[in-house]
Design a protein around this ligand. Structure first.
Ligand SMILES: C[S@@+](CC[C@H](N)C(=O)[O-])C[C@H]1O[C@@H](n2cnc3c(N)ncnc32)[C@H](O)[C@@H]1O
Length: 205
């Protein structure tokens, strides 16, 4: 599993390597463009939405939302990713911090129409996901949503099939989202499969 220095090193090549995996429809980024597009479509239904993006990376999703008039906040632990994203969004409120320790205090002061996290929260175990997601719900405006796009599966058997197909490429250190493992904790959770290895989880307040 990469730490912040690993993500610093990956930052310059990140967009290129994601695009290659997205284009040849291979694990882990098969469906990446569609995941981000679907999430952006949802957010942009609310003009001028306040959006918090967790693990925003180079800002591919948030820079698009920013250009369309959203107010953007974010947290990431990689200084290099933050620099690349901030250059695209000069007025976004981007903070450095490790989300395994929670959100940095300034982000807890606001309320958001959407909290997004794409391809970032699979670094958390199931127990960590549950407690982190629970901590996000009070930060949503009434009717707000947490939108998670990631390597994600409806159930364990879909994950097993993807793992078999990915073979040596499979990263055993990640804790991918499995919808029916989270459902007992969040009965309102919804899941939409986007590719053989990607999906969107929507958690409403
Ligand atoms: C695979 S990239 C995804 C970037 C972007 N959201 C996207 O969809 O392209 C994961 C991002 O999460 C950040 N990240 C990973 N673990 C983190 C942690 N524990 N705390 C804060 N940021 C983290 C990394 O620095 C990186 O920018």
């Amino acid at each position: 599993m990469l730490n912040e220095k690993g993500f610093d090193l990956w930052a310059e090549d990140y967009d290129t390597s994601v695009a290659a995996s997205n284009e040849d429809n291979s694990y882990p980024f098969a469906g990446y463009n569609r995941v981000l597009r679907r999430i952006a479509q949802t957010v942009l239904q609310k003009p001028g939405a306040a959006v918090l993006d967790i693990g925003f990376g180079t800002g591919t999703l948030t820079a698009h939302l920013y250009e369309k008039g959203c107010a953007v906040w974010g947290q990431d632990f990689s200084a290099k990713m933050i620099a690349l994203a901030q250059a695209k969004m000069p007025n976004a409120h981007l903070y450095q911090g490790d989300f395994t320790k929670g959100l940095v205090p300034p982000l807890l002061q606001n309320r958001y129409h959407f909290i997004t996290a794409t391809y970032s929260l699979h670094h958390l175990t199931l127990a960590q996901k549950v407690s982190f997601l629970q901590s996000l719900l009070p930060l949503l405006e009434e009717g707000g949503q947490v939108l998670i796009g990631d390597v994600a599966f409806a159930d364990a058997s879909s994950q097993t099939a993807c793992r078999a197909q990915a073979g040596e490429e499979w990263d055993p250190d990640e804790f991918y989202f499995v919808y029916d493992e989270l459902l007992p904790y969040f009965p309102q959770l919804r899941f939409e499969a986007v590719s053989h290895c990607a999906g969107i989880l929507t958690l409403s307040k």
